[in-house]
Design a protein around this ligand. Sequence first.
Ligand code: COA
Length: 600
Amino acid sequence: MSELVQLTKIDGIAVVTINNPPVNALSAALSAGIAAAVAQIEKDDAVKAVVFIGAGRTFIAGADIKEFGELTSGKIICRESLKPLLLRIEDLRMPVVMAIHGVAFGGGLELAMAGHYRIALPSAQVGQPEVKLGIIPGAAGTQRLPRLAGVAKAVEMCAEGAPLKAEDALSAGILDRLVEGDLMTAAIAFAKEVAAKPAPKTRERSELGTPEQNAAIFAAARETTRKKQRGLLAPLAAIDAIEAATTLPFEQGCQKEEELFTKCLFSDQSKALIHAFFGEREVAKIPDVPKETPTIGVSSVGIVGAGTMGAGIAMVFANAGIPALLKETDQAALDRGLANIQKNYANSVKRGRFTQQFADERLKLIRPMLDYSEFANVDMVIEAVFESMALKKEVFSQLDRVCKPDAILATNTSSLNIDEIASATSRPQSVIGTHFFSPANVMRLLEIVRGAATSKEVIATCMQLSKKLGKVGVLVGNCMGFVGNRMFGPYRREAQFLAEEGASVEAVDNALYDFGMAMGPLATGDLAGLDVGWRIRKEFRHLQKPGVRQAFIEDRLCELGRFGQKTGAGWYKYDENRTRARASSKRASRSARWTSTSSI
Ligand code: COA
């Protein structure tokens, strides 16, 4: 046997324990270990039933993604398919029970579906998230899942990649029973219960629907996928593979899946998404701020400024269940901020993203106010006022006076010097940058900017908090524009140069939209607010090198009061719903909800 797999026997039940920390990824070595256990079970006439269970925090998080990377980069030349092993498990003469806790994702769910029964703890999740890595299931997931859960559910799971909670997986027919308490005990009891029963093979089941029903499901799924996952290969490939399950025998369907899987795996999209998967995890590791660094509890926040960013940040906290005070200097600005928040929640309810009840509860967590009186109680403050050093220093010196000694004082500045802001306080160790990207309640990136004196506890707390807020926290150094805007600045500058040199605003935006960006760069400026960059440029005017070309249109737009969507005009004109005023090209309107071709 292998170190990664243990085979034991309890009352005639063979227990295969998978133990490949941290997430039991199905590496080649783990598959070999499982194959060895299966070989022993095949030879043992005394085994009445089999239980597969994961050691540690989870069942199996999927195939080992590192091995995919090694394959496409040529480090390894071949990776054995899991499929034959899954057939052997499915063909065992005694019932096989898959006992799931944590997650059964990707290859984990494919393995589970090769068992004859699946039980799970209520906290478990199952899913085929491969599309998020630019690939599709490659071990018959697209062939077994529709036979188990029906074509519509399989298409949804494989093309969108979203996980299913145990309860929903039970209703979908993927799980046979939810169990409470100790999973091993429940699994052995369940195995004894089914030991004398038949062992139903998923690949021989037929929940595959009629050709007419399926044609409608595939057509609708392709249309949605082309809209919502524009330009991505894998979601459409997943639908093609499931379609093959409905038209071809199991074996041939598997061959079709393999062809599509290989095409996706060697695509640039998959290589990039796999790189991003590991990149997102790598940024969480900070050499001098180890995992054990103590953190400060953040159970309430105060936000200074109810503009586009402040209002969005308040929603981020409310959505995570953390109460937020939202402060403005005058009632009109506060009312505008709250109205934007209410509109945003109403839209989310309309689009089915939130229930009315959820939106109402979140809204109640945001408390508007015009002074700092209650800021003495909050664990963290995020300042989101205009990009003016003088104003920020004034705010921080006030925060220093009113906030409790260990409160974290964060700034949402997108480019100003954190150390200079911290110098306005008597506690620079508590000052940090938390730079959200617009729209703050949507974008996943959160730049966490470390000042010279920022304490490790404060850094560790913000990194941990980013996860709780559903963001990817990235620690960056303190320099003008940090990392995000240093990358974004030249991109937007060149887009403006194109407009200055005569390209239409829409032509510039459409070129980048067609390239794959979610929005064109000029429309993005309108969304985020052109005044943000304008104020920053004013702050840094003295650093501009003589003779270096500077874009000027956005400065002129701002001088005319055209700050973008929030003032009804920027590069484009907008109506009161922030929708562009007149019908125009479909490409552009899809992402930005804009409908006009007005230019400057
Ligand atoms: N293969 C290889 N490594 C994996 C992995 C996989 N399928 N899934 C997770 N890991 C690694 C991560 O890289 C990370 O490694 P690190 O600690 O060295 O950085 C570690 O496992 C923990 O993962 P992390 O995402 O930080 O933990 P989490 O508790 O937040 O989430 C999962 C756990 C399993 C939900 C999440 O990692 C996940 O969704 N994994 C991908 C699942 C997937 O796509 N499966 C299909 C593969 S084809």
